[in-house]
Design a protein around this ligand. Sequence first.
Ligand code: NZQ
Ligand code: ZN
Length: 385
Amino acid sequence: MQNFSFHNPTAIDFGTGAIAQLGQRVPSEARVLLLYGGSSAERNGTLAEVRQALQGRLVQEFGGIEPNPSYETLMRAVEQVRSQGLDFLLAIGGGSVIDGTKFVAAAVPYPQDPWHILETGGAEVKQALPLGSVLTLPATGSEMNAGSVITRRATQAKRVFHSAHVFPRFSILDPTKMDSLPVRQLANGVADAFTHVMEQYLTYPAQAHVQDRMAEALLQTLVDIAPRVLATEHDAAARASLMWTATLALNGLIGVGVPQDWSTHMIGHELTALHDIDHARTLAVVLPANLKVRRAAKREKLLQYAERVWHLREGHEEARIDAAILRTEAFFESLGIPTRLSAYALGADAVEPVLKQLEAHGLTALGERRDVTLALSRQILQAAL
Ligand code: NZQ
Ligand code: ZN
């Protein structure tokens, strides 16, 4: 196991009715900005519940944060916070709203053009406004991590930043808030969480026994609950498990002391920026192709994954690896998520523009060994056609 330091300061309030905890979580003298997306939080009553819980505080609102939140929209929120002297941000939504709120939190006190935060990956963020979140879509883990992904529409640049200053102070996880989610978003949540675990697990062995076992537990839980989560009849227990599993998949715990990959995510981000494909759907296209192309480098962990997650113990090692990759594809397909670029009407001519963007963003040495060059990314994209 590699050396590591671990600190996760986000408090979690989990369960039905947990929004009532906001009264204690948000300081009573706070001047609050509620940030949300389109209409879902209003329509399903979450906003009303939040307003009720914050009664007595000065509260303003900023709606309209879009999926894959844009710098352009968020800068309007930055202006509102600055001009109104607001000092606490509360995100109500999925990963996009929480990521957007993290950006606003860091941008408000930032001494230069806030796009610089994305250009430098957050390295120069020295402070941020305090923020909390009410999660309505389990998928990204943003509710309990220090990452954020922001898109600049003008240049189709989707960039990531990390800063310990933007960990939410608290996140409210009420699984009943998922009741209004369309099946597409539930499926996306399962696929995103699954891939988060894979990016931290399916690398090379690091003698990190408990991290491996935790990762395998999360993967197996997702495989077990997925059909129940997607079933037309609401299965409250399965949905509650998805919510907590997705949080645990990317709150840092399984990633300590181990090599991490993230090449699937970085290639996927470019596909979203160029072609507006949902984040999780890009991952389902890239991950199986990535495993196929890099099967030699990932051989030992692929065999472990085959055995412990898919119970593939019989036969030749190569055949077990083939079968594990096929199971991964079949799992995404079982969620109703395609695993080929052709499903999005993208062919061979879609490959080079993605590589250009990767190059422009300095993403030319990805993966756990930094050996995913543009040439390897090209092979991965070609394998995904
Ligand atoms: O905008 P509204 O009307 O709220 O609708 C949203 C949106 O259209 C809807 N929705 C959310 N909760 C709902 C609901 N609809 C009905 N009922 C509810 N309870 O769902 C749609 C998608 O929301 P979004 O927040 O975009 O989805 P997700 O949580 O998948 O977030 C994706 C974003 O997170 C980034 C992605 O790149 C993408 O920009 N990621 C962030 C990460 C992080 N911070 O650690 C890691 C991830 O790998 C990912 O990159
Ligand atoms: Zn993701």
